[in-house]
Design a protein around this ligand. Structure first.
Ligand SMILES: [Zn+2]
Length: 201
């Protein structure tokens, strides 16, 4: 039975595509072929693994894998490797990409269709910030950096598929509660969120 994943943002969020649009924007958000913003399942999975390893450490455990430990091996893998996989085995949990939940999805579709910009799809905002010099850590004068963000108060939903047992499901539910930011620039207040995982149906 799939698990339902909800992630609700209090602030705007930048989940980057890794690309800009030349002359228009320095950092664009990730969008699918219909220009709909989404959160990559692989990025969500990474966040959940990190949260699950924090939970394990809080209980006095030591997650396997770098830095410090080898990946666990043998027929019985640890809880984290069973769920999330490792270079030695594939994990059970499959995180699907998260899409805007109703009713915002319909609004975003309409905004995309009616975008007045020939290059930038609708439904997003552009934030400008001063570029910080990597070496001096001081703001470079005359350098404004533009970041595309999804507007605040959007919720995204996704599913986690896979044959998970009760212990593995409980780990994912507990990890979701720890997730309080997602995407880039959380130090500037972007991507603050709450996350919920529940058994669907
Ligand atoms: Zn392991």
């Amino acid at each position: 039975m799939p698990l339902r994943l909800m992630i609700e943002f209090d602030t705007a969020v930048h989940h980057g595509s890794g690309f800009g649009i030349a002359g228009v924007i320095d950092r664009a958000i990730l969008r699918d072929e219909n220009s709909m913003p989404y959160l990559a399942g692989s990025a969500l999975k990474g966040k959940f693994r990190f949260a699950a390893s924090r939970l394990l450490r809080a209980k006095g455990g030591q997650p396997c894998g770098p830095p410090g430990e080898p990946w666990c091996s043998g027929p019985t893998a640890c809880l984290l490797c069973r769920i999330f996989g490792s270079p030695r085995r594939s994990g059970l949990a499959v995180f699907e990409d998260a899409y805007p939940a109703p009713p915002a999805d319909a609004i975003l579709r309409a905004l995309n269709k009616n975008s007045r910009s020939p290059v930038l799809a609708g439904g997003s905002e552009v934030r400008s910030s001063t570029a910080i010099d990597r070496y001096s850590r001081r703001a470079r004068s005359q350098h404004l950096f533009s970041t595309e963000v999804v507007p605040p108060l959007l919720a995204f939903e996704s599913q986690i598929m896979g044959e998970l047992n009760r212990e593995e499901i409980d780990c994912l539910i507990a990890s979701a509660r720890l997730l309080d930011h997602f995407g880039g620039d959380s130090a500037r207040g972007l991507g603050l969120c709450r996350c919920l995982v529940e058994v669907a149906g």
